[in-house]
Design a protein. Structure first.
Length: 187
């Protein structure tokens, strides 16, 4: 059931902070294993799972059609973009993300697919999201003021579906567009 799959990916966005807590606590046991666990869980939740959802939504079979090749290429780019973003996550400034955060990219990919946007628009979006994740564009980290509306929209999307998924895409698009403007203004 695709609705459940989309809901669990959005729940992973809500639970994203929990893996960080586990990572910090695991330092008590020695080593940096917690940081690796955090990045690995983000890779699965915000890169691999959304791509399985996208591909499952739009691909009826594996063939050499333009649609299948485009989907595979854009999914590969998204995976690479997310992976590179997560690798350099700890290198950047503590006040903002360098490149688009993987949860934001995952929300757009899953919501567009859940809403059955045309496949070509999802392919173009995946490529754009990949470039943004790999970019040096600064994006603000959510503060408590922005956390509440984001959590409410995600919960409403999970509970009520379609219209709130559209709101999730719109809200994330605003973050993608105006996030760098906010950072530039704050500097």
């Amino acid at each position: 059931e695709m609705r459940w799959a989309a809901s669990f990916i959005l729940l992973a966005v809500l639970a994203d902070g929990l893996d960080g807590v586990v990572a910090r606590r695991s330092r008590k046991f020695g080593g940096d294993i917690g940081e690796y666990m955090d990045e690995f869980s983000d890779m699965i939740s915000f890169c691999a799972a959304p791509l399985v959802f996208v591909y499952g939504t739009y691909s009826t079979s594996f063939d050499l059609s333009m649609k299948s090749i485009s989907l595979l290429f854009s999914c590969g780019m998204f995976l690479l973009g997310g992976m590179l973003h997560l690798i350099r996550y700890h290198i950047g400034d503590e006040d903002y993300f360098v490149g688009l955060a993987t949860p934001a990219a995952a929300i757009v990919a899953v919501a567009m697919s859940f809403l059955n946007f045309p496949w070509w628009s999802v392919v173009l979006s995946l490529v754009l999201l990949s470039v943004l994740m790999m970019s040096n564009i600064p994006y603000p980290k959510f503060d408590r003021l922005l956390d509440i509306p984001a959590v409410v929209i995600i919960i409403l999307a999970i509970a009520f579906g379609r219209d709130f998924y559209l709101l999730a895409v719109a809200g994330t698009a605003l973050y993608i567009i105006f996030g760098p403007v906010y950072i530039a203004h704050e500097r």
